[in-house]
Design a protein around this ligand. Sequence first.
Ligand SMILES: [Zn+2]
Length: 304
Amino acid sequence: MKRNFRRIAACITAFLMLGAASSSYAVKNGDTLSAIANEFDTSVTAIVEANGISNPNRIYVGQELVIPGADSYIVQPGDTLEKVATKTWTTVAVLAEANGITNPDLLYVGTQLQLAIPAHTFEADTGSATTYVVQAGDTVGGIAARHKTTVSSVVELNRIANPNLIRIGSTLVINGAGWLCPVEGGTFFNDWGFPRSGGRFHEGNDIFAPHGTPIVAPVSGTLLQVVGDIGGYQFNLEGDDGNLYIGSHMDRFATDGYVQTGDVIGYVGDSGNAKGSRPHLHFEIHADGENPVNPYPTLAEACG
Ligand SMILES: [Zn+2]
């Protein structure tokens, strides 16, 4: 039901309303104000006030209603980020931040854009830097594992030319226990909010990597294995940072229960409704365990 209204919202146009994000909706047969209010996450009172309606039980088919506080907009052909900002009475900067848009010139028709920066914003804990003095017998891999970080992170931070040659007694800067890239070497772009079948929207990012690429826990937490028709082999990781991480379409699981940052939890694949497609991890971040947020800014920082 909600999704149907969202799809109808594809024909929204915007009106100036007290500076808040707003849009308009043409009343359809069978609509009630309470149903419309419910589907747009607003209240009957707000719609009544915005439209000067004297009798809330009397709305007519085709009536254009201003919907105050609409929270999303679906990109139409010919839209640019500037045009959307003008239509929805917001700014390019707000749209870019709310949707994790890094390239304003790449806007895809049908994408659902959030019009305001969500209350549940997500900022990954990038960890704290520490130093470590290399001991006899150490390897970069071993040091990285012990500090819950990655080889590439240690190599980059210390500008190590050859990871097989580290000098005993040298001091390395280690950025440990931070938020780890779940699929090291995977490729992804900002496909958050892209249209999906049935009027759904993509509530994550797809990280592409060959079959069998290991997936690591970005943070420590409790892992739940889920198997379903859509997500296939899926993990739900209740992170110790309070966020819920969901990853779908794995070929197989690696571990269950409590995991440490960096533990291998599964392998990239094409299970569930991704069968036969290019193998990828569909990855979601639910800030505070509730609302999904765009993982792109976090992935871009952690996987760069
Ligand atoms: Zn996906």
